[in-house]
Design a protein around this ligand. Structure first.
Ligand code: GDP
Ligand code: MG
Length: 177
C-alpha cells in the first residue's frame, strides 16, 4: 500500500514596517525572483507563497505582506499575528522616519504575540541607494542588538549592485527569508 504524500508544512512570516519601505517589493522578489514592474499600495494584506525544500522536506513559506492603513489594520491585525512563525521588520535605509517608527511596530508585535517566542529579524531595504542613506549600518546594528534581532541590509530592486555601478554590499533577499 502506498502512503499518502506528507502534508506540506506551512511557515507563516509577517512583513511589517512603514508604508513605502518596500515590503511588497521584498516579498515579490522572494516569491517571484524579480523586482515587480509596478506595485500598487497594499490594501489590508497580500499573501505570497513559495515552496522551498529543506532536507528533502517541502516547506511552504507564506509571506503576509501587510499595509499600514489604520482602518484596515484595526480589523486585520489579529489575523496577522495568529500562528506566526517569524516576523520581519522592514525600514528604508534612505528614510530615517521609517527607522524611527520601528519601536511602534515592535511594540504592536509584542502585544499581539505575547507569550510566543517568535523569531524576529530586522531588514534595511533599498541598499542600492546607499549614496542617499540616512540610516547607517552602525546605528541599525546597535538598534538590532538592543532588540536581540539579527540585521540584514538588502535591496529588493538590485540585490547585487548599486545604481552607481558599485557593489552595494548587501544581503541577498533569498538569504534572508
Ligand atoms: P510597501 O508600501 O512597504 O509595500 O512598499 P513597496 O514595495 O510598494 O515599495 C514602495 C516604493 O519603493 C516603490 O516605488 C518601489 O519601487 C520602491 N522600492 C521598493 N524596494 C526598493 C529597493 O530595494 N530599491 C529601490 N531603489 N526602490 C525600492
Ligand atoms: Mg505594500
Amino acid at each position: 500500500s502506498s502512503l499518502p504524500p506528507p502534508r506540506t508544512r506551512i511557515f507563516k512570516i509577517i512583513v511589517i514596517g512603514d508604508s513605502g519601505v518596500g515590503k511588497t517589493c521584498l516579498t515579490y522578489r522572494f516569491c517571484a525572483g524579480k523586482f515587480p514592474d509596478k506595485t500598487e499600495a497594499t490594501i489590508g494584506v497580500d499573501f505570497r507563497e513559495k515552496v522551498i525544500e529543506i532536507d528533502g522536506e517541502k516547506i511552504k513559506v507564506q509571506l503576509w505582506d501587510t499595509a499600514g492603513q489604520e482602518r484596515f489594520r484595526k480589523s486585520m491585525v489579529q489575523h496577522y499575528y495568529r500562528n506566526v512563525h517569524a516576523v520581519v521588520f522592514v525600514y528604508d535605509v534612505t528614510n530615517a522616519a521609517s527607522f524611527r517608527s520601528l519601536p511602534v511596530w515592535i511594540e504592536e508585535c509584542r502585544q499581539h504575540a505575547l507569550g510566543q517566542e517568535v523569531p524576529r529579524i530586522l531588514v534595511g531595504n533599498k541598499c542600492d541607494l546607499r549614496h542617499a542613506a540616512q540610516v547607517s549600518t552602525d546605528v541599525a546594528q546597535q538598534f538590532a542588538d538592543a532588540h536581540s534581532m539579527p540585521l540584514f541590509e538588502t535591496s529588493a530592486k538590485n540585490p547585487y549592485g548599486s545604481d552607481d555601478g558599485g557593489r552595494n554590499n548587501s544581503d541577498h533577499v533569498e538569504a534572508i527569508f
